[in-house]
Design a binder for this molecule. Structure first.
Ligand SMILES: [Zn+2]
Length: 45
């Protein structure tokens, strides 16, 4: 899986995930999780 923000590979043993409208997203870092959540309106329609 890849970081939903920057596309970097996400290691399974350090998964940082969020669930948005029944879809799971993975992140390389807490920073990118927060960034995604702050921008989530632009990622979904
Ligand atoms: Zn990232």
């Amino acid at each position: 899986m890849e970081c939903a923000v920057c596309g970097s590979p996400v290691h399974q043993y350090e998964q940082i995930t969020t669930n948005h409208e029944t879809t799971d997203y993975y992140f390389c870092s807490d920073e990118h999780k927060e960034e995604f959540e702050s921008l989530s309106g632009e990622f979904t329609k």
